[in-house]
Write a protein that binds this ligand. Structure first.
Ligand code: PEP
Ligand code: MG
Length: 312
């Protein structure tokens, strides 16, 4: 939310790793106009004028149903299994006018700033290509109107389904960066709803399958020279942060409350040690073993203990 940005800045954020753009859509009866969205995105840059802000395009569907889409055939509400249905980027691509309105607002807001546009839940190369085609169309629309916009904006794919990890070598040819949404990547990997307490044990951030996918993704991205960040809740867990730094993820994005402690923690390690810890975690078979191993390797500086009170 916009009001969270000054707080994030004061807590040492180097930018915004995940700006969720759906709130203005959820709060209104009608979809926000290009001008209304532009005003919101520009305000975000007032707080971080010279730092990167990663705007994620509309991530509706699943449990987030916008009032203006209700009753529209094919929306999440009418689907038997909305989390496997037309959610997120699929919904945006099914409504190209709505999608391009947002893209135009974003391209305009990023003019003169370090803006990045991130597309959620990409699961196929053709889907990513269609997204890029829509970005080109949005640029052409702005050009024909004579409206100024950012030409150099960075484009990223969000990695939230296992298929995206498998096709990462192809996706890296199309985008400037990757960002892993571990909340969704985990729920789609273990087929366990992230909000369902009955299966919460299975949907553990320490699940070895998640660790394996993340290692491979980071390796592929590094090979392709494409930076990869993690913006799921996992990044805020100190034990997981050790692992993510060890597999050389380039950036961590988290609730700003956890930024100070994560910085203190990671500064206490050499990269070589983090790599060893990540390698050790990768050999383990169960989430509880991974959890135990990482916590054994967690060194909380005594002067920072209060920052870790209540940590996962
Ligand atoms: C994620 O899935 O990890 C993510 C960051 O997106 P959201 O939590 O908004 O689904
Ligand atoms: Mg997600």
């Amino acid at each position: 939310l916009l009001r969270e940005l000054p707080v994030a800045r004061s807590r040492g954020a180097d930018g915004v790793g995940l700006y969720r753009t759906e709130f203005p859509y959820l709060m209104r009866r009608d979809a926000p106009t290009e001008a209304q969205q532009l005003a919101v995105y520009q305000r975000a840059f007032e707080e971080f004028p010279d730092r990167p802000i990663t705007f994620r395009t509309l991530d509706l569907g699943g449990d987030k149903i916008a009032p203006f889409l209700q009753g529209d055939e094919g929306t999440a509400e009418l689907e038997d299994n909305p989390f496997l249905g037309q959610r997120s980027i699929r919904l945006s691509l099914a409504h190209p006018d709505l999608f391009r309105t947002q893209l135009r607002a974003l391209l305009r807001a990023c003019d003169g700033h370090k803006g990045r546009i991130l597309f959620p839940m990409i699961s196929a190369v053709d889907e990513m290509k269609e997204v890029l085609r829509q970005v080109d169309l949005a640029r052409a629309e702005l050009r024909s109107r004579g409206t100024a916009f950012a030409d150099e904006v960075q484009i990223g794919a969000m990695i939230e389904v296992p298929a995206a990890v498998e096709i990462a070598p192809h996706l890296t040819k199309l985008v400037d960066f990757l960002s892993v949404g571990t909340n969704d990547l985990l729920q789609y990997t273990v087929a366990a709803d992230r909000g369902n307490r009955k299966v919460a044990e299975l949907a553990s951030n320490y699940h070895p399958a998640l660790f394996s996918l993340l290692s491979r993704l980071s390796w592929e991205a590094t090979k392709a020279g494409v930076p990869v960040s993690v913006c799921g809740e996992m990044a805020a867990d100190p034990a997981c942060a050790l692992f993510l730094a060890g597999i050389q993820v380039d950036a961590l994005s988290m609730d700003s409350r956890y930024i100070p402690r994560t910085k203190v923690l990671l500064r206490g390690y050499e990269l070589s040690e983090l790599k060893e810890i990540a390698g050790g975690a990768r050999k383990l078979a169960t989430a509880s073993e991974v959890n135990r191993f990482l916590h054994q390797n967690l060194r909380v500086p005594p002067e920072a203990e209060r920052l870790f009170a209540g940590a996962h």
